[in-house]
Write a protein that binds this ligand. Structure first.
Ligand SMILES: NC(=O)c1ccc[n+]([C@@H]2O[C@H](COP(=O)([O-])OP(=O)(O)OC[C@H]3O[C@@H](n4cnc5c(N)ncnc54)[C@H](OP(=O)(O)O)[C@@H]3O)[C@@H](O)[C@H]2O)c1
Length: 415
């Protein structure tokens, strides 16, 4: 069959290997199965997609020092078992920044890529071969084109929305990528949800969901206590608990607009919002020690003294689950908590859960979360969107990148 997509053999740099390219004659049902898909494909003018604008780094270090914007060359042929995706939205998570710093257990994937750095005063537009990793681990992309599928590779329809299968395999802060289809998973049903909503589903809402489901049996009316309650995970915990009839005690750091933030969290379903500085007050002690139902679960985003102060309110046999270490302080608990109250301290890592559970299980969880999003019962945390425009001077682009990858408020790249 002759196809307009057919191209001659060219070298393609992906990872450390140079793949010999095969013909891109595609399966009829992928490219020509419906008018819609053909139109869709033409709308993106695939032959014009020869590069991906990406945030890359050559070695780990502080994000504001090591990240640069580059145009990475893309082949116009897609090898067997690979797909060309267009990224739509990708959040910046604390773990992404830790990964760039080299402080996260999942390291960036460095590989040789043909690229041109976009920087002020760059004198050459000739691509050079550089070993870089692309930042970002989470995000949603759309399939634009699929290579020949093999027995071992997955097949996707053009137009399908996809997420990375595992952290660390695909850098998501880029406009396009050619990636193994086995590193992708299709979003179960993207009707009625936006790319921005879907792009965050794999980490924060899923973490909240698993921590509420997998450690203790929570009955309606039971309590969960958590710190970092205004975080992405914390807000998902509040909303899932509201949906399941569970009460939440939410600890946040004191701030000028405490009342405003407290009201915002209550509007999501928070039962109580408490300042970290009030945790030792007698009023709070009296209230939390006299609840009608037990505080069975503590969720720790922070570590240090704030965690100790929170854990003392856990009921006998309660479980403290640590999932974040924002204060960079260790979790220390008095011996008496362990001996006399039988408190158990555990950890949770979403990456480990994905590795040890089937794709079916994650799809069931995402289906549930997406359905809550569709009904407006699970709203995303406020994030500043940074439009990754192709236009802009090199210094404007560098400014956007620095803004998006700074610590503090939460950002999302949209492409
Ligand atoms: N284990 C897992 O699988 C998993 C999954 C998802 C996330 N996480 C971790 O969970 C944490 C939160 O992630 P996120 O995306 O939800 O973050 P986020 O939305 O950026 O929220 C960060 C939270 O941390 C608080 N915080 C920041 N610095 C702090 C400090 N020095 N002391 C006390 N609190 C501090 C912030 O409070 P303020 O508003 O007061 O600054 C905010 O509540 C991160 O550590 C992340 O790596 C882990």
């Amino acid at each position: 069959m002759s196809s307009p997509l057919h191209k001659t053999l060219q070298p393609l740099f992906l990872g450390r290997q140079s793949y010999p390219l095969h013909s891109t004659l595609q399966k009829t049902n992928i490219y020509f199965g419906s008018k819609h898909k053909l139109f869709h494909q033409c709308a993106y003018n695939l032959s014009a997609i020869r590069k991906s604008r990406a945030a890359v780094y050559e070695k780990p270090g502080p994000p504001n020092e090591v990240l640069k914007i580059a145009d990475i060359s893309l082949s116009d042929d897609i090898p067997e078992g690979m797909a060309l995706i267009r990224m739509m939205a990708s959040p910046v998570n604390p773990s992404d920044l830790n990964q760039i710093e080299g402080l996260y257990p999942v390291k960036g994937q460095f590989s040789n890529r043909e690229l041109v750095y976009i920087e002020e005063g760059a004198d050459s537009q000739t691509p050079k071969n550089v070993s870089v990793a692309i930042g970002g681990n989470e995000g949603v992309g759309e399939i634009l084109k699929v290579g020949e599928t093999t027995e071992d590779s997955k097949n996707f329809e053009v137009g399908a929305w996809v997420l990375p299968n595992q952290s660390g395999k695909i850098g998501t802060w880029c406009t396009h990528a050619i990636v193994p289809t086995n590193d992708l998973v299709a979003v179960p049903n993207c009707n009625g949800v936006t790319p921005e909503q879907v792009s965050t589903i794999k980490v924060n809402p899923s973490t909240a969901y698993r921590m509420l489901k997998d450690f203790v049996d929570l009955s309606p009316g039971d309590y969960v206590i958590q710190n970092g309650a205004n975080s992405g995970v914390g807000r998902a915990v509040i909303q899932l608990c509201r949906e399941w009839g569970i009460n939440t005690i939410n600890i946040i750091r004191d701030r000028d607009n405490f009342d405003e933030l407290s009201e915002e969290l209550k509007s999501l379903g928070a039962t109580m919002v408490i300042k970290d500085t009030d945790l030792k007050s007698s009023d709070v002690s009296v209230t939390l020690n006299n609840l009608e139902q037990p505080i069975k679960l503590g969720l720790n985003c922070v570590g240090g003294k704030q965690t100790l102060a929170m854990t003392k309110f856990l009921s006998r046999h309660g479980i403290l689950v640590t999932y974040g270490g924002m204060s960079r302080q260790p979790v220390t608990l008095p011996t008496s908590f362990l001996i006399f109250k039988d408190i158990q301290a555990k950890g949770f890592w979403m990456t480990r859960w994905y590795k040890s559970h089937s794709e079916q299980e994650r799809l069931e969880m995402w289906d549930h979360l997406l359905s809550l999003m569709r009904q407006g019962k699970l709203v995303s945390q406020p994030m500043t969107q940074i439009n990754w425009s192709e236009n802009g001077t090199p210094s404007e682009l560098a400014e956007k990148l620095a803004l998006g990858t700074g610590w503090g408020s939460k950002h999302m790249f949209v492409f």
